[in-house]
Design a protein around this ligand. Structure first.
Ligand SMILES: Nc1nc2c(ncn2[C@@H]2O[C@H](COP(=O)(O)OP(=O)(O)OP(=O)(O)O)[C@@H](O)[C@H]2O)c(=O)[nH]1
Ligand SMILES: [Mg+2]
Length: 351
């Protein structure tokens, strides 16, 4: 059975932590949400769901649903069918976009969605997978199962954050990607997740196409080869890809609480550079009511960024640390700690 023509086109936008998945979805919504009813399902790594907050604030007409956290790499699989049912029962959708957590195996999400196509009346379109152009390294990509997992699952491979590296690396990445076997449907280089709109109109894979193939780039059989070997102690039969030394955390605080902007920024800079109590902060994102208005603050790829946010409902933040856990109280103490100017001067080597 194949889904009929009324099926809702369904797109997966996957990729490692902080690579630009939400940016890519936002970029699509900015262009298309005024004339399409788009539903977005986001599976954030943490317990709070910052991405759905951002998407809701920046694309107000869009139906956004957060697939709640739990085990950071596999919750989505259990919750996904129910969440899709909820989204499509609330409103007739022209398109459904799914952002799996950067810790999730995209192949597992694709397998699940494929098996649900008829039941949910969705039609799975080519999987869009983003990788960071600055991180491109032929040897590392070939050697590390983590990158393999993303590359193999991609039908459309996107090298994002091209503004953060030089053109020779971008050219090398593209050349490398063009030679992958089976070949990708399309390889794109971009910044801030800006994708050509046509990518979302590339046809879905048909089972027949998978059987004929010489170049069949939409062939998903390669998903079978993804390494599912890393198993770590759940009593169900899920196989996990995430490093067990990676720990998510998060909090939500009332909107009335107002943070000093300067204090937040300086403390976040320290947290980004030095970590917390021997733990590296791999990713952090939050929206805060600050003395300078509502701000969205992030640590991604070892850099801090901040901008105004349209969110007003509450202060919220989530993070991932390694190798130890950083709990809510500890994180709050770190980011709201009174500034010690002597310590700051020392760390900057200023007398
Ligand atoms: N300089 C630069 N920054 C980018 C680019 N794309 C995204 N960013 C920034 O990188 C940070 C992470 O981007 P997101 O779109 O949230 O990434 P994500 O993959 O959804 O992150 P997670 O859902 O947490 O895994 C944000 O601060 C973005 O503004 C890019 O091409 N260049
Ligand atoms: Mg995201």
């Amino acid at each position: 059975m194949t889904p009929d023509s009324s099926s809702i086109p369904c797109h997966i936008v996957a990729g490692p932590l902080g690579v630009g998945k939400t940016s890519a979805i936002l970029s699509y919504l900015r262009e298309h949400a005024s004339h399409q009813r788009v539903g977005v399902l986001v599976n954030d790594f943490g317990p709070v769901g910052l991405d759905s907050t951002t998407l809701q604030a920046e694309a107000p007409g869009t139906q956004v649903l957060n697939v709640p956290g739990g085990c950071i790499c596999c919750t989505m699989l259990a919750e996904l069918p129910g969440c899709i049912r909820r989204l499509i029962s609330e409103q007739a959708l022209d398109r459904l976009i799914i952002e799996p957590s950067g810790m999730a195996s995209p192949a597992q999400v694709i397998d699940l969605l494929r098996s649900l196509q008829d039941e949910l009346n969705i039609l799975l379109h080519p999987a869009i997978v983003l990788l960071g152009a600055p991180e491109f390294d032929e040897e590392m990509f070939a050697r590390m199962p983590f990158f393999h997992m993303f590359c193999e699952a991609a039908d459309i491979l996107v090298f994002n954050r091209c503004d953060q590296t030089d053109t020779s690396k971008i050219d090398r990445a593209k050349l490398w990607a063009d030679q992958l076997d089976p070949p990708k449907l399309c390889v794109v280089t971009t910044t801030h997740g800006q994708l050509p709109a046509e990518l979302f109109d590339l046809p879905a894979a048909s089972p027949e196409a998978n059987e004929t193939l010489d170049t069949s780039p939409t062939d998903h059989r390669h998903n079978d080869h993804v390494d599912h070997s890393h198993h770590h102690g759940h009593d169900d039969d899920h196989h996990h890809h995430h490093d067990p030394s990676i720990h998510p955390g998060g909090f939500i605080l009332e909107a009335e609480r107002c943070f000093e902007e300067e204090v937040l920024l300086v403390n976040l800079m320290r947290v980004c550079q030095q970590g917390i109590a021997g733990n590296e902060v791999l990713r952090l994102k939050g929206v805060f009511h600050t003395s300078a208005g509502w701000q969205s603050l992030e640590i991604a790829n070892g850099e801090i960024s901040f901008r105004h946010s349209a969110h007003r409902r509450d202060n919220r933040m989530e993070w991932i640390t390694k190798p130890g856990v950083v709990d809510q109280a500890q994180m709050l103490m770190e980011i709201d700690r009174p500034l010690n100017w002597q310590e700051i001067a020392d760390s900057l080597n200023v007398n």
